[in-house]
Design a protein around this ligand. Sequence first.
Ligand SMILES: Nc1ncnc2c1ncn2[C@@H]1O[C@H](COP(=O)(O)OP(=O)(O)OP(=O)(O)O)[C@@H](O)[C@H]1O
Length: 252
Amino acid sequence: MIKLNKVTKVYAGEVKAVNHLSLEVKAGEIFGFLGPNGAGKTTTIKMITGVIKPTEGKVEVCGIDIQKEPVKAKRLIGYVADEPIVMEKLKGIEYLNFILNVFQVPKDVRAERIEGLLKAFKLSHAIMDPVNTYSHGMKQKLSLIAALSHNPKVWVLDEPIVGLDPESAFILKKMMRNHADSGNIVFFSTHIMEIAEKICDRIGIIHKGQLRFVGTVEEFKKLQGEGTLEELFLEVTRSGTEKIDFSYLDNS
Ligand SMILES: Nc1ncnc2c1ncn2[C@@H]1O[C@H](COP(=O)(O)OP(=O)(O)OP(=O)(O)O)[C@@H](O)[C@H]1O
């Protein structure tokens, strides 16, 4: 289980990115985290994965407090950031080996596991090449393969579908379903309503750092009334009547 208890993050400069957020995601679930730009999704994800510390509140992953026992908790997590984090100077295979060493994956299972993932995401051909020759999508795939290579129980994926080609996106969605169906957790953020509707068991909608809704898409639609998920989402996260001064733009 992922458990957030009244989690708040205030960045330097007093930006309250996440405000008293409480949430539980259970084993067996694909949980989609939705919200407009700047809503607090990445900040929440970084607190779940222990990349940043909450200003207040507590995060537990499978019963382990990530602040008290970060190494133990991080072993259970496969994290893919919104921008692929890979070591550019290494070859693809060297980077994967580095991650497998960090997570102490036994040597006898490495080849089989990596081969399967490389085949699934069609990256085998580039694995001997330096990462700095990869396209953005290839780096994203490498980062995904690295995150999944140590067989983590909890997948935390920040915008994982954007940037993947259609076939890889399809395969990843299938893998997400299989992973959850095997009693694990998939927590991911997305802007794509169609994906949320198709694959999530539950969704959470965050707006201006606050959780506005948690439940199934059907429950959300029932609560909000008529409309597509996209229309209802826009209604919940509308910015209101903020007046913006565009006078500095040159209209001539
Ligand atoms: N390192 C930082 N320092 C200061 N403010 C930050 C920092 N990172 C994010 N913020 C601010 O915190 C708020 C939430 O940002 P966050 O990146 O969590 O949003 P998001 O929902 O992931 O957005 P997007 O969909 O655009 O990726 C925004 O107001 C952002 O400007």
